[in-house]
Design a protein around this ligand. Structure first.
Ligand code: ZN
Length: 451
């Protein structure tokens, strides 16, 4: 399918992405991305970029019998993993370019950093990445470059800069808007720039000077308009919300995905709100798994303690880890282990990382499931991740839209390494409540505007 594409710049290019090879992949089993979706002695048929058939190999329809077969003995076939909360250009800030005026490099620097982060994630088996905040619409550029085959990487769902209040959380990313008219205008600008999803900073955060995580940044009316306008334009919505006030307003506005969902009360201490969680479960609001540890911190707690509380109330979880802002891409698989350690059953962790995450990113029916008509985004792993998530470290193949992804080397993730400490534990020096942590973070943020 080599249809010509007209680009915005006025020139026309043929779709340069080569047709993916048709083939049959077999393994000891497939886990299809739905509950109890195990197929023993499984075969997956890939035709071009889509899955044409999934089932037990002995039942393979005769029309596929003559296609090239790849047999992976003892392996599990499963949908590619998904990250719903990345800041792809974030780690570009860790490195200062060696030129007199680094600011001049900002858009290019951001784009190159985004490509690197996206490829690192793909190298771990993450075949779809939702960007929830990017300067200069670098995420849209990356999505386009990937779709055109100029670069190889995961499928990108792009938000552009987060919509925030003037001087509000992550204002430096470039999405300030105050009041209903400006919010609507900002969404339409984002639409014009080609975003897929609208990310709003519903509360303050830890990384921006003068921004308090427990306070909502927008009124109920403003959030209602934001969600309605985004939905009118066919875009998904996601809200950064640490404070309970902002979570509640986002949920009432009909937001699709809450990021963080930390339940920080007005006093700066964590207080899980079971009533609000029940409401989220009822409405089908997705919550990502990047809640920071409790305030005050609880010894021995995992990095995502709120996920278990939400899970127990039937809230739909999607794996999103603030990759690029809080965690480096190499930490993705570690976070799945943390979810399991928090008490969430292994299959539910995998559901959060596949079909749930796809739905949370507006891709239900597109990816996250091994099923007929879905995009051929899948992993071949040695071993069985339903028995042990460590199997995810033994990737045999990563297939993105029917093409095998050629991996970059990824530095092993060490949660205790100093570089990662700043991210993982940025919210949690032990014994301090959120206000104390915040004051400390403010000092740092004043010299380092958050992403
Ligand atoms: Zn974030």
């Amino acid at each position: 399918m080599s249809t010509a594409k007209k680009r915005n710049g006025g020139y026309v290019v043929d779709d340069p992405t080569p047709r993916a090879p048709d083939r049959v992949i077999t393994g000891a089993r497939a886990w299809t991305g739905v509950r109890a979706g195990v197929v023993k002695d499984a075969a997956v048929v890939i035709r071009d970029r889509s899955i044409a058939w999934v089932g037990p190999a002995p039942l393979l329809p005769s029309e596929y019998a003559n296609m090239p077969h790849e047999d992976h003995e003892g392996a599990t076939l499963l949908p590619g993993l998904i990250e719903v909360h990345a800041h792809l250009g974030g780690f570009a800030y860790e490195y200062e370019p060696n030129v007199p005026d680094p600011d001049r490099l900002n858009p290019g620097w951001h784009a190159l950093g985004s490509l690197t982060t996206a490829r690192q994630l793909a190298s771990l088996g993450v075949t779809t990445v939702q960007s929830l905040g990017a300067k200069h619409f670098a995420d849209v550029a990356l999505r386009e470059a990937t779709e055109l085959g100029l670069v190889e990487g995961p499928r990108i769902v792009a938000s552009g800069p987060q919509i925030t209040t003037t001087g509000g959380h992550s204002w430096a990313t470039g999405g300030e808007a105050d009041g209903i008219i400006e919010i609507v205008h900002r969404i339409r600008e984002h639409h014009k720039a080609g975003v897929d999803t609208i990310k709003v900073m519903a509360t303050g955060g830890f990384g921006t000077y003068g921004s308090a995580p427990w306070n909502a940044q927008f009124t109920q009316e403003e959030l209602n308009v934001l969600v309605a306008e985004a939905h009118r334009l066919g875009k998904n919505t996601a809200a950064h919300a640490h404070g309970t006030q902002g979570i509640e307003r986002s949920v009432h506005a009909g937001i699709d995905l809450v990021a963080h969902g930390s339940f920080i009360g007005a006093d700066g201490k964590t207080a899980f709100d079971p009533r609000l969680a029940d409401e989220m479960a009822e409405r089908g609001t997705y919550v990502d798994t990047t809640s920071p540890p409790s305030f005050p911190s609880v010894p021995g707690e995992t990095t995502t303690p709120r996920a278990k509380d939400l899970f127990d109330h039937g809230v739909r979880l999607a794996t999103g880890n603030d990759i690029g802002a809080v965690l480096p891409p190499s930490g993705y698989i570690f976070t799945l282990h943390e979810l399991e350690a928090s008490g969430i059953p292994r299959e539910d962790v995998l559901l959060a990382a596949t079909s749930n995450a796809a739905a949370a990113a507006g891709l239900a029916g597109v990816t996250g499931v091994l099923g007929e008509g879905y995009s051929a985004d899948l992993l071949v792993v040695n071993g069985n991740p339903l028995d042990d998530l460590d199997a995810l470290d033994h990737l045999d193949q990563i297939i993105i839209e029917g093409h095998e992804f050629r991996r970059d080397p990824v530095e092993p993730f060490d949660p205790s390494a100093p570089r990662h400490l700043s991210g993982l534990h940025q919210h949690t020096p032990s014994g301090l409540d959120a206000r104390t942590v915040w004051v400390e973070r403010q000092r740092r943020a004043a010299h380092h505007p958050g992403v």
